[in-house]
Design a protein around this ligand. Sequence first.
Ligand code: UD1
Ligand code: MG
Length: 454
Amino acid sequence: MHPRTCLTIVLAAGEGTRMRSPLPKVLHPLGGRPLLEHVLTTAMLAGGAEIAVVVGPDHAAVAATAQRIAPGAQIFEQSERRGTAHAVLAAKQAIARKPDDILVVFADTPLLRPETLTRLRAVIAGGAAVAVLGFTPADPNGYGRLVMRGGELVAIREQRDASADERRIGFCNGGLMALAGEHALAILERIGNANAKSEYYLTDAVAIARDMGLKALAIETGEDDVRGINTKAQLAQAEAVLQDRLRSAALEAGVTMTAPHTVFLSADTKFGRDVTIEPNVVFGPGVTVEDGAVIRSFSHLEGAHVGKGARVGPYARLRPGAELGADVHIGNFVEVKAATIEAGAKANHLAYIGDARIGAGANIGAGTITCNYDGIAKHRTDIGAGAFIGSNSSLVAPVKIGDGAYVGSGSVVTKNVPADALAVARAPQTVKEGWAKRLRQIKVLGKKKPAKPA
Ligand code: UD1
Ligand code: MG
């Protein structure tokens, strides 16, 4: 048997005005990635490569994001918001190719899981023309109600169009639907807009399919799967659900977390074996932590790679491009950006390492700063293997410190330092014997404004 072909239509034309943000609703981040990316990733896992994204006018950013995540995605524009069926029909060209299954998903429903879509597709494979994802919300207000008879779905009634009896139905439309590709276009083109909102409702596909002698079924899922996002409060609730899922997956994979509810993950955070994460750590997007590494409390990581056995924090900040080799130590109040720290190197306290390479086993003293920016451009600092940078040194980039070289504390290094050399770049110390004692004697003599001793 051939694998069934599938077209997923993602409706991303939402206006999102209740988010009170210039950012299109479906580009708001959840678990560090846009809502749209969650839905597209799920669609690719469950449906495959053929994806159509329906965007609103002036949504170039939404289209660009869709194509970045799903490079083959076809973009269709719905120029006017005239209802969910109208939006689906924007992708008519793709529907007309008659894939076996058509999935319709909303881009603002990011918690949907691939297995839920797979279940919907199975209903179509089993012979139904329409499959609807139902759920029983705590409060059904506002949702379309699923009217069931004899185990089959006979209609979906939108709240505004529902009778008092229908409004008492607790089983609601989650908004997702699968259609048999063979019949989809015929069904969709029959949908009219004679309803309370004068919109073309996708939900009418159910009654129309039945009129055509076809079968419609509903399956049930949990509320989280179909949680839609219209407000920042709903975005925060969805984030909480997603964080719980990510934490559970990390624990399941063997990550040790003593207070998982205080650790914030991104959807793409990757952990090796036996990683330990102390309380209150934030992982932005793009972080990989390898086997045996320990991330201590109050650290913030983003776009960073932490090698095997490395120790980060407490209070460390790894910014994009931080590449930590095996057994590296990055301690408290150390910030690393676009820098490779090779195996076994250490920066244990109060440092800024940006646009740099730190060779294996090098030691970066407290208060070391790579002065990478001159106000116009960024420059690189290269520190060789086994070098020792004394505390409170400023390394003015571009600059190279050779392997095994030594920089005296408090130096402002502006020139390259050869391997195994010592560089000291600070004012020489002056010592004045007895100076302090003389100062105290002048004070005792009671002069109003004592002159400082020579
Ligand atoms: C829809 C369902 C309802 C279900 C609910 C679940 C319909 C008619 N109703 O109602 O049964 O209980 O979802 O949350 O489908 N969209 C467009 N273009 C349009 C209209 C909508 O792209 O012209 C997109 C929206 O951006 C959104 C999705 O379709 O992503 C659903 O639209 P929305 O207006 O939120 O429908 P609901 O009233 O929530
Ligand atoms: Mg909605």
